[in-house]
Ligand binder design. Sequence first.
Ligand code: ZN
Length: 278
Amino acid sequence: MHPEQAGRRLRRPSALRTVRVGDFKISYVPDGAMLLKPAGRLPTAPASRWDAYADHLNDTARLVANTGGLLVELGPEALLIDAGFGSRLVPDDPSDPALGAVHGGGLPAGLARLGRRPETIGAVAFTHLHADHIGWACADPPLFPAAAFVVPKSEWAAHRLPPEAVRLLTPRLALVAPGEEVFPGVEAFALPGHTSGHTGYTITSRGTRLLAFGDALTTPLQIRHPEWSASDDADPHQSTRHRLRLIAELRRPDTIGFGIHFADVVFGRVQDDAWVPV
Ligand SMILES: [Zn+2]
């Protein structure tokens, strides 16, 4: 990729993007964007570093993160991993040191572009239960009328969701433990630190695999700097430990990664200390 084009992709939200992994068609379906204030979001990064990494910051000096979902299709069957922010906009609060404006709303249109009717999605699996991952699962009336809501057991045990979200999620809850299959060829793996029950999903087919790692990495810069835990990591040391383990897995040649918050470079491989978009 031309360096100038690669640079632009680091500073804008992701387009709808599709990759093939063996028999799977896997698409990032955008819902919206979330702007992160770099110094507050990655408080252990030295301030001087942001000059060197200016190519990762947009014209308002924010890291550009996405809200959305990962549509995993196997013939007529479909799983969605994470469910965006939902149709709303939260403006920037200048007193918040880490989080800027967040908006969602695009996910249904993205599914339509892919020709996937929401009622044919059999399950929505969550990496964790933060608001930017459960948005459309809490839509009322429901967007996914036939879906089970697959929630990591340890994440559900520790959640601090508002009562309305609990009311909407509970009737369709399917709790999952690490190592269990949530869809044919898709397995949950423990990736704690961001939250205590934070979970990744491995999608394997025909000798290749994709790791959907949620918020274990929220910017590709953490591949070079795994010690830069996010300000909203519940346990920064645990998150660094598991980030190192994850990065080692992503270095395997049969593996591609999916970073939901990675600007317009959501699919990639780790080569040396760099994220190489695919
Ligand atoms: Zn998130």
